[in-house]
Design a protein around this ligand. Structure first.
Ligand code: DAH
Length: 350
């Protein structure tokens, strides 16, 4: 057997050429294990060091350590080269390839319908107004001439917010107290009052927004839904203006074949009041000639009094309708809950 010293150099050379030739990181690791691992050939050589006579140890030890350092340097160098190679693209980059496209999201169908409604009204000079969803009882009911015994004012029908009514023990029915009684608004009509309190006529607003009622969810009800309110105040405003406006917007929304009709109804904040029905290929698709779609009327003089407008000078009309209902008829949707489930299979269809 050749002496230990004689074995070092050839083994080192073999190891170096193998490490340097490793084509990838896996093969490099295999070579490292072969030579420098716990059972590697070079490690075996180091273990033999202990069997040498004492006087040969320093020389052989030094030679082995030098060789080992060389191997480790070669290993580190090759690893860096291979890591860089692995990180680079396999094929040269083709700069003529088309860019990657990301799928764009879409607006929710209720947002689309709302934007269409707003766009139509803007064409005839209406602007969007806004008001709080947590409203007080005064703006939601009293100012709209809605009597205290109206069912919407019942604790069972509306979400009231616990407030410190104890501050008004003497007169819980006073206007002052009603301004401190908070609830989730049951309709967007409260914004009529908020706008008229802040500005003088003429007024031409629409108010899209979220409203709340204590209904159980079913195919046609949901405790949260959306409405659009409209309010027009000027001199000499007539029911004819109201009907013409509604007809214009509904033809835009539901197609030029749309017809509308007014039926007498009761709302406490309008007089006279009407319900609006419409008829179109869309209603016939749902098996009906006429479908009820909105409430409206001429603004009640008492409402003008409540906001400080002179009812002898000012006239106006107002309307309100549900956005979900419009969207359901327009797209032939039979369950309102689909709008709120965020199921992509549904949403992708719009
Ligand atoms: N606020 C009514 C509702 O929620 C809708 C409505 C009816 C609004 C008549 C109006 C109106 O402005 O004049 O059912």
């Amino acid at each position: 057997m050749s002496s230990l010293l004689d074995q070092i150099e050839p083994l080192k050379q073999a190891a170096l050429s193998e490490l340097r030739a490793a084509p990838d990181l896996a093969v490099l690791e295999q070579s490292r294990v072969n030579f420098l691992g716990a059972n590697g050939k070079f490690t075996a050589l180091m273990k033999q060091l202990g069997t040498l006579p004492k006087e040969e140890k320093p020389l052989a030890g030094k030679a082995i350590n030098t060789a080992k350092a060389e191997l480790e340097a070669a290993l580190t160098e090759r690893r860096a080269e291979l890591e860089l190679k692995a990180a680079l693209p396999k094929d040269p980059t083709d700069f003529t390839l088309p860019g990657r496209r990301r799928v764009l999201g879409k607006l929710h169908p209720l947002t689309q319908v709302t934007e269409d409604i707003v766009r139509s009204f803007r064409k005839i000079g209406f602007v969007v107004a806004d008001g709080p969803e947590i409203e007080d009882e005064y703006h939601c009911f009293d100012a709209l001439n809605t009597p205290a015994d109206h069912p919407a004012r019942d604790l069972q029908d509306t979400f009231y917010v616990q407030t410190r009514m104890a501050a008004f023990p003497a007169s819980p029915a006073s206007t002052e107290a009603r301004r401190f009684s908070l609830l989730l608004r049951t309709h967007t009509s409260s914004v009529q009052i908020r706008v008229m309190e802040k500005q003088q006529p003429p007024i031409r607003i629409i108010v899209p927004g979220r409203v709340y009622r204590r209904d159980n969810a079913d195919a046609t009800h949901n405790p949260t839904f959306h409405q659009v309110e409209g309010l027009y105040v000027d001199r000499n405003v007539t029911v004819g203006d109201l009907k013409g406006t509604v007809e214009f917007v509904f033809k835009e929304l539901m197609g030029s074949e749309t017809k509308i009709r007014f039926r007498p109804h009761y709302f406490s904040y309008t007089e006279p009041s009407f319900e609006i029905d419409f008829s179109s290929p869309l209603t016939r698709r749902m098996g009906k000639e006429w479908l009820e779609i909105a409430g409206c009327g001429m603004v009640h003089p008492q409402v003008f009094e409540n906001v400080g407008y002179d009812p002898e000078t000012w006239t106006g009309w107002a309307f309100g309708f549900g956005i979900e209902r419009i969207a359901m008829i327009r797209y032939g949707i039979n369950d309102i809950r689909l709008f709120y489930e965020n199921d992509l299979r549904f949403l992708k269809q719009f």
